[in-house]
Ligand binder design. Structure first.
Ligand SMILES: NC(=O)c1ccc[n+]([C@@H]2O[C@H](COP(=O)([O-])OP(=O)(O)OC[C@H]3O[C@@H](n4cnc5c(N)ncnc54)[C@H](O)[C@@H]3O)[C@@H](O)[C@H]2O)c1
Length: 255
């Protein structure tokens, strides 16, 4: 059970669905205040009201992470309204279309880079300024096992997730002196609307390559994010956390 020494002010981008929603619920269930930003307004408000119905504190604000002015306003609004930002989970992401590199549409490439990489950069820029000024904080960027290896047909996604790893490590080096921890979570496939879109309901390939022999529900991944945000992870920074049922340990040959 992660411990939080006091109530934290936490933001979650992409908190309307999938892992972001599970993370918002997990952080709130530990007594923290959660601010959800997402382009999906109805689903984001629903997540906040579901958390409130369960006795937690959550708020929703519309946010497109590709809009730099909106990102700045979102983070300034949280800092002004709540006085600080303790934890930021930069989770909003898209998978992009599936093509080989020579056929990858330029506009799809740009969109994936804009959301997954530049969106995280824009969020970090303002989150780090607030956290450095207040003397501490924890940022968790949601990468992927695709931050650590390739996946055929997903060049834009893989490039964006690899770059997030470099961005995470660099920020960890730059802000450790201000007690700001910056980590990246590298999950393997887990059940969300994104994995439904990618696998069309057939998860047999991913399950057979996973030593634990199953795909995780989103809340099993969210637990690790919550721990990285918590005071128990106080000496963890610059780390890439694989949460993938053992998939990255290597392939399993038939006996
Ligand atoms: N599902 C998986 O198997 C898997 C595996 C590894 C990593 N991930 C990563 O986990 C994160 C969450 O993905 P998910 O599986 O929950 O997918 P999802 O599609 O269920 O959720 C993604 C959320 O991000 C939001 N979003 C998209 N573009 C946005 C934008 N421009 N501004 C703000 N919000 C935006 C969506 O509206 C949605 O609520 C992503 O970064 C994804 O790359 C997912």
């Amino acid at each position: 059970m992660p411990t939080f020494n006091n109530q934290k002010i936490c933001l979650v981008t992409g908190g309307a669905s999938g892992l972001g929603r599970a993370t918002a619920q997990s952080l709130a269930s530990h007594g923290n205040v959660v601010i959800i930003g997402d382009i999906l307004e109805d689903e984001g408000r629903q997540t906040a009201s579901d958390i409130a119905a369960a006795g937690g504190q959550a708020f929703f604000a519309p946010l497109d992470v590709t809009d730099r002015e909106q990102v700045k306003a979102f983070i300034e609004m949280i800092a002004q309204r709540h006085g600080r930002i303790d934890c930021a989970v930069n989770n909003a992401g898209i998978e992009g279309s599936l093509h080989k590199v020579d056929a990858y549409p330029d506009e799809d490439w740009q969109r994936v880079i804009d959301v997954n990489l530049t969106g995280v950069f824009s969020c970090m820029k303002h989150e780090l300024a607030v956290m450095a000024a207040q003397g501490g904080g924890s940022i968790v960027n949601v990468g992927s096992t695709g931050s650590l290896r390739g996946i055929g047909m997903m060049s834009a996604y893989i490039a964006s997730k690899h770059a997030m790893l470099g961005l995470t490590r660099t920020a960890a080096l730059e802000y450790g002196a201000q007690n700001v921890r910056v980590n990246i979570l590298c999950p393997g496939g887990f059940h969300t609307p994104m994995s439904d879109r990618l696998y069309h309901g057939d998860f047999s390939g991913i399950v057979s390559g996973t030593p634990l022999g199953r795909m995780a529900p989103a809340d099993e991944i969210a637990t690790v994010i919550t721990w990285l945000c918590s005071d128990e992870a106080s000496f963890v920074t610059g780390a890439a956390y694989q949460v993938d049922g053992g998939r990255m340990a290597g392939p399993v040959l038939p006996s």
